[in-house]
Design a protein around this ligand. Structure first.
Ligand code: 1PR
Length: 567
């Protein structure tokens, strides 16, 4: 089989390559127009933005050969943008035309009733449930990983386009096309390469079918009413996070701090003065395991996503941090769920003076196997600059440049807020008046009963900045971030539960998905944060690393509280 993969030059196409290798198939990359002639089977794993994909194909002279390949009747499997390019057009890029095989437009999801992008594990329904020979490995009992802001609406009145629709999915009250199938063409909006074993099964089924069988799918008969149900099938995501840094021997380890202090506490000896700073910093870096082994373990245990944060990278150039890139590469070959990489994504300068834009740093992580990159400090500075300019971006920030090329769904901002206490909230007239949380009975003894607001920090919580968490969240959404990860320095590692006031404040301020982080101490804390704040995902580190709570314990607690969770 002449299996070829198409890469138009952007996005993380390595995930699909890793999945296909894992399934035991050999493949080659399309590197020039001539390669289309050699291909007998083609997979186009498009990620990123529609326009970037069309422009990337055009500038490499690949657009017309792709059209000719599809028209030749040879098997084609398009993923995400690889499916969307089959349509006529996309409102994402009014001036870029799709291939037009399917006479319908791609349009944006409404964010009136839900967060956009649609990010997470959702279910599908077949248009013709009776045609079991052409399920193509999909199952209505499984969930698949979607990440997109644009979708093809399922429109039964467009009979020509409707003949292509193989399955649909529902987000909010919108029913959209989850997969298309006709003749030699198969396309899916979700990412099979990121959908765990259920996704690998789809790739395997399609790649193992004989080429003639792939090319002979009959025209689909619509038997399903495809009306929106009372609620969609999107599940809440459970994310395991690994903070990675070099220990004192120079090995990369997964570590975990209490309120961001990752060193073992060493009690002062009887002879040494009682010095808190000395006691907190004197111990070794806590070592909770090897990053790749833990990543594999969490994948096997049913985590919905993984996050690797390089927590010392703000001191070094990530492009020189080859061990971290090696960790990402190794993890990406073994896990088939989304992987976010953070730490040090910013404009940097090499020791020899070479400038490395954040886009290049992010590109290095994407090529190593990351699906999303997460930014901390750089996002704070970008919003500060934006506010100084009067509230609009100038196109140069890392968030904007990365989102433009890889799509906003690939850009996460990880925020590290800290409570700043104030004595007399009634006389406070500062800019954060509407964000003040009044006297809750938690926090350190000395601050009990005091009011606070949430202040942003940079450099792993070492430096406070004159910016509130709401300003930051709304600022990064405006600049083009696709998701916000809300840490809490006050709750990190405490096991006291998520800071619900903080998480709710951020969730209510934006229309992009929000991940709650910091403080989970038991499975019920996850149920609580989903029910009381409406966030899309929740993340934990310490309880999973120590084995106090298993990911399946969390899923079970969610299901028994009627919160949707992927099995
Ligand atoms: O500023 O872009 O280089 O990014 C640095 C990244 O590293 C940020 O995302 C920042 O949150 C993270 N980071 C920096 N220093 C530390 C540290 O611990 N000393 N880790 C750190 C932050 C917080 C969470 C943690 C949750 C859950 N880690 O990611 O995993 O709090 O923990 P829990 O469940 O045990 O409570 P840049």
């Amino acid at each position: 089989m002449g299996l070829f993969l198409l890469d138009y030059g952007a996005g993380n196409v390595h995930s699909i390559a890793n999945s296909i290798k894992k399934l035991g198939f050999d493949f080659q990359w399309i590197s020039c127009p001539d390669d289309f002639r050699k291909a007998t089977t083609l997979v186009f794993p498009g990620v990123g933005a529609f326009e970037t994909a069309i422009e990337g194909l055009s500038s490499k002279g690949l657009l017309q050969p792709l059209r000719d390949y599809i028209n030749s009747g040879k098997p084609y499997f398009g993923i995400c943008i690889g499916m969307q390019v089959l349509f006529k057009s996309s409102t994402e890029s009014p001036f870029a035309h799709g291939l037009g095989c399917i006479p319908a437009p791609i349009d944006v999801f409404s964010n009136e009733d839900k967060s956009v992008p649609h990010m997470g594990w959702n279910s599908v329904e077949f248009i013709d449930p009776e045609d079991k020979d052409h399920y193509e490995g999909l199952e209505t009992s499984s969930h698949y990983y979607f990440v997109h802001s644009y979708r093809a609406e399922y429109d039964k009145s467009n009979s020509e386009a409707a003949q292509w629709v193989h399955s649909t999915s529902q987000y909010g009250q919108e029913v959209f096309v989850a997969s298309v199938r006709r003749g030699n063409v198969f396309g899916v909006q979700f990412h099979p390469e990121k959908s765990g074993l259920a996704g690998l099964k789809i790739l395997d089924t399609w790649l193992r079918k004989s080429e003639s069988a792939q090319a002979s799918a009959p025209t689909i008969v619509s038997r399903s009413p495809c009306l929106p149900k009372a609620c969609d099938g999107l599940t809440k995501r459970i994310i395991a996070c690994m903070d990675v840094r070099a220990n004192d021997d120079g090995d990369l380890v997964v570590t975990k701090g209490d309120q961001y202090n990752v060193r073992e506490k060493v009690l002062p000896s009887a002879t040494s003065p009682s010095n808190t700073v000395q006691a907190r910093t004197a111990g070794a870096v806590r070592n909770l395991g090897k990053p790749v082994l833990l990543a594999e373990q969490y994948f096997a245990e049913g985590a919905d996503e993984l996050c690797l944060l390089n927590i010392t990278s703000f001191r070094h150039s990530p492009l020189h941090d080859q061990p971290m890139l090696a960790v990402v590469r190794a993890a990406a070959t073994r896990i088939f769920i989304p992987l976010t990489i953070g730490g040090g994504i910013k404009d940097t300068v090499d020791p020899d003076g070479t400038k490395r834009p954040a886009l290049e740093v992010a590109g290095e992580y994407f090529r190593a196997g990351a699906d999303k990159v997460s930014m901390g400090s750089e996002a704070v500075y970008a919003v500060e600059r934006m506010l100084e300019r009067g509230g609009s971006g100038d196109g140069t920030s890392a968030i904007e440049t990365i989102a433009r090329v890889y799509g906003r769904q690939a850009v996460v901002v990880s925020i590290d807020p800290k409570r700043t206490y104030i004595d007399d909230p009634s006389s406070y007239s500062g800019p954060y008046k509407s964000e003040i949380v009044r006297g809750k009975p938690d926090g350190p003894e000395k601050d009990r009963g005091r009011a606070w607001w949430y202040q942003c920090t940079v450099s792993g919580g070492r430096e406070l900045r004159p910016l509130s968490v709401v300003q930051l969240a709304q600022g990064v959404e405006k600049l083009g971030a696709g998701e916000i990860l809300v840490n809490s320095i006050d709750r990190d590692g405490t096991g006291l539960g998520f800071d619900l006031d903080l998480v709710r404040l951020v969730k209510q301020s934006v229309r992009i998905p929000v991940v709650a982080s910091s403080g989970a101490g038991k499975a019920e804390h996850f149920t609580e944060v989903f029910e009381r704040t409406g966030v899309e995902a929740a993340l934990a580190a310490g309880i999973f690393h120590r084995g106090d709570v298993k990911i399946q314990d969390v899923k079970e607690a969610l299901r028994s509280a009627n919160v949707k969770a992927r099995s």
